[in-house]
Each structure stands twice: as C-alpha cells, then as structure tokens.
Design a protein around this ligand. Structure first.
Ligand code: HEM
Ligand code: HEM
Length: 176
C-alpha cells in the first residue's frame, strides 16, 4: 500500500467495497438491535438467520477489502501531520472492528450452535461450551457498540468536510 500525490481518488473497486460494506454494516447494526429485543418466535429466527448470513458476507467482503487496500495506491491526504495520524488511527479502528465484530460472532458459534448461512448449517468446530459462547457473544455486542460510535464519528467527519470545510474529500470515495 502506498499513497501518491498524482492519485486524487480511491479506485472504483475500493469505492464499490466501501459503499457495499457501509450499507450492510448499517443494516446489520439496526437489525441486530431490533431482533435481540424480540420474543422468541419464527419471525425472530428468520431475522437471526438473515443477520448471521449477511454478517458472514460482510466478513468475506472485509477480508477482500483489506487485501485490496494493501495492493492499492491510495490518494494522498492534504492535511497536517496530526490530522493525518488521527485519520489513519480512525480508519485502522474501523477496519479492525469491521473484522472483529463478525469474526467474534463466528467464534461464539464455534462453541455453541455452529454456523448458519441462509439455508445451510454447519456443526460447531469445538466441544459445546455455552459459557464461553456467551462470553464471546457479549463481546460481539460491545464491539458492535464501539463500531457504531466510530461509524457515527466517521459520518460526522465526512459531513463536516462536505458542508463546513467544503473540500474534495467526499468526491474521493464517490462514484463519478
Ligand atoms: C458502516 C459505515 C462505514 C464504514 C465502516 C466506513 C469505513 C471507511 C473506511 C475504513 C475508510 C478508509 C478507506 C481507506 O483508506 O481504505 C472510509 C473512507 C471514507 N468514508 Fe466511510 N465508512 C462508512 C460509511 C460512510 C458514510 C455513510 C460516508 C458519508 C457520509 C462515508 C464517507 C467516507 C469518506 C468521505 C471517506 C474518504 C476519506 C478520505 O479520503 O480520507 N463513509 N470509510
Ligand atoms: C459486521 C457484522 C455484524 C454487525 C455490525 C453486527 C451487529 C450486531 C448488533 C448491533 C447486535 C445487537 C447486540 C445487542 O443488542 O447487544 C448483534 C446481535 C447478534 N449478532 Fe451480530 N453483527 C454482525 C455479524 C454477525 C455474525 C457474523 C453473526 C453470527 C454468525 C452474528 C450473530 C449475532 C447474534 C446471534 C446476535 C444476537 C445476540 C443476542 O441474542 O443477544 N452477528 N449483532
């Protein structure tokens, strides 16, 4: 991964991955909170199934995105050193949580019910241990909160750039 002053925007695959993952993650956060409060019935099971299946798709897309990012030439930031460090820190945090949130849920499944992907189901990898599964699921929820907070800050920063600073930042990651 390098950055280049001649490159002024993200490449089209990075842009497509950014928006596909953004829509899926925002949907999964809303779905996750909504479904967890429902009474145990068939509707709730359907939503759980969708949440787990799309969550697994996000994990796949994130792995692709990380590999693609490491191979891409990134647009350079026209900001001061401190701001550059903060941006890199925030983006690193987003990548880390986008990976950790679905991954930890799959780890929890490895000690409990196994894995679900739409109509397919696989048995757990390890011996059942409900306490350990519970522990990982708690972390799934907490890290999802942290991801939500970081995404909210990220969106506010993007809006600030677009409407207050009025620079070119949003266009770098938008389809043109
Ligand atoms: C779940 C939602 C989202 C996540 C997880 C997310 C994550 C990220 C990440 C990790 C990057 C850095 C890309 C890289 O350098 O590889 C990025 C860039 C960017 N995102 Fe998002 N994003 C989300 C939603 C949004 C939304 C809704 C907006 C606009 C309102 C937005 C605006 C931007 C902009 C403008 C950049 C480019 C920043 C730059 O050029 O330095 N993002 N996003
Ligand atoms: C980026 C992907 C994901 C996001 C953003 C996400 C987000 C969330 C959120 C916000 C909740 C509600 C937490 C709470 O109310 O405490 C939740 C619950 C849940 N998630 Fe995810 N999730 C993702 C991926 C996955 C995956 C891959 C699985 C399983 C394979 C999964 C399984 C679950 C389950 C079973 C619950 C319900 C926990 C309960 O009943 O309390 N999630 N998720």
């Amino acid at each position: 991964m390098t950055s280049n002053t001649a490159v002024t925007r993200y490449n089209s695959i990075s842009i497509a991955l950014h928006w596909a993952v953004a829509i899926l993650i925002i949907g999964l956060i809303i779905l996750g909170w909504y479904m967890a409060g429902l009474p145990r019935d068939e509707f709730r099971s359907t939503l759980y199934n969708l949440h787990k299946s799309f969550g697994a798709i996000v994990l796949g897309l994130i792995l692709l995105r990380i590999i693609w990012r490491l191979r891409s030439v990134l647009p350079s930031q026209e900001v001061g050193h401190l701001q550059q460090v903060l941006i890199e820190f925030a983006h690193f945090g987003l990548y880390l949580l986008m990976f950790a949130v679905p991954f930890i849920a799959l780890v929890a499944g490895s000690f409990n019910r196994g894995y679900t992907f739409f109509q397919w189901h696989w048995e757990p990898l390890f011996a059942k241990d409900p306490d350990l599964a519970h522990f990982f699921m708690d972390w799934h929820g907490w890290l999802a909160y942290a991801l939500t907070a970081l995404v909210a800050g990220h969106i506010l920063a993007a809006l600030h750039h677009q409407f207050v600073v009025k620079d070119n930042i949003f266009r770098r990651i938008w389809f043109s």
